[in-house]
Design a protein around this ligand. Sequence first.
Ligand code: HEC
Ligand code: HEC
Ligand code: HEC
Ligand code: HEC
Ligand code: HEC
Length: 239
Amino acid sequence: MISSREPSEAGPPERDKHSRRTVGSAWGLVNLTLTLALMLSLLLLGSKASDFRLPGNQQGYTPTQPIAFSHRLHGGELKIPCLYCHHHTSKSRYAGIPASQLCMNCHRFVQATLGAVRAEEKTAAEENRVPNRIVSTELQKIYDTLGLDSDLRPTREMKPIEWTRVHNLPDFVYFDHSSHYIVGIECTRCHGPVETMERVSQFETLSMSWCVNCHREYNGRVVGDRTLRPSIDCSVCHF
Ligand code: HEC
Ligand code: HEC
Ligand code: HEC
Ligand code: HEC
Ligand code: HEC
């Protein structure tokens, strides 16, 4: 049913065989068009209607997450550095989402908000029993994914938390965090004021013109002893 919409398997146009200068980019464009057509058919075929999004219309996307993890609390109030949890940002393509084990650096000790701990201690004293260690239903979910019992001893199998991705560039776009990190671009320049967000929201459009405009804007800026030349060649962002 989709085959009628697919372009025919045409090679590059005849004239390009004689013009070395344009061959590469024209081929790139044809490849890109094919890739796009393929992507679109795969999307239409493989995804539920509710998952289907056209490129570029996800600004403001704020999915609910399996655990009510707050960047406002952790990044803003507690001032935990972004890189403490997203340490891949400085050296790899992906920023990475931390594993539950990292949360345990603190949540082994912090099992509820201070208010909730006080309240539980009070009730337990009144009821003449030992206070429960875990009183937060949200943190309970972390302990569950790590297979820990009520004394935080491992008893069951671990399973990763399935966070819902907020940012989703199409597969035909190449983006790399580290090349932006090393020239000193702040997270907030592209992600907005994450440290104020209860739930992460896509702040920018992530459209092609957003990328390209910024590459133009930074052209010629000096960082340290280097003059920046962010490329606007198609092949830099599209293979
Ligand atoms: C700095 C990175 C960057 C460069 C350079 C770039 N693109 Fe893109 N391009 C993107 C991004 C990001 C998207 C996805 C936009 C979206 O999801 O809305 C995209 C999408 C596209 C699309 C899909 C249609 C659309 O507009 O969403 C086409 C076609 C395309 N690019 C062609 C090109 C061509 C041709 C060039 C060279 C003239 C080029 N791109 C250069 C980042 C780039
Ligand atoms: C204590 C760990 C922790 C800290 C600190 C932290 N994050 Fe996160 N971050 C997470 C987790 C867990 C997720 C996945 C759940 C979510 O989206 O809220 C996430 C998700 C994100 C996302 C969305 C990723 C996606 O799915 O597209 C962005 C953007 C982000 N963080 C940026 C930041 C920035 C910027 C800072 C610093 C102000 C920061 N984070 C600090 C743990 C952390
Ligand atoms: C550097 C320490 C630290 C790390 C790392 C950390 N947290 Fe926290 N988190 C805290 C503190 C402290 C509180 C309680 C703040 C308060 O008393 O209000 C908290 C509170 C929470 C709460 C709210 C609990 C409630 O009952 O309201 C959730 C949910 C949470 N954290 C999830 C996570 C997740 C998920 C991770 C790992 C991605 C994580 N935290 C990593 C320190 C940390
Ligand atoms: C130049 C813009 C830019 C900067 C600067 C930037 N990001 Fe991103 N970030 C993006 C884009 C674009 C995506 C979506 C990538 C994709 O879908 O492949 C993304 C995705 C993410 C994700 C989810 C996917 C992943 O890569 O693991 C996290 C988490 C994240 N960013 C955190 C951060 C943090 C933390 C910083 C600062 C240390 C930062 N970003 C700096 C543009 C940026
Ligand atoms: C805030 C401005 C800004 C935004 C937004 C931005 N970039 Fe960049 N980008 C840069 C700078 C600056 C460099 C580093 C150039 C250098 O090292 O000379 C760079 C480098 C790159 C590189 C490494 C290749 C090169 O030219 O050095 C790629 C790939 C790239 N960006 C892709 C993207 C894509 C895809 C997007 C959009 C999703 C994007 N960028 C958005 C500023 C930006």
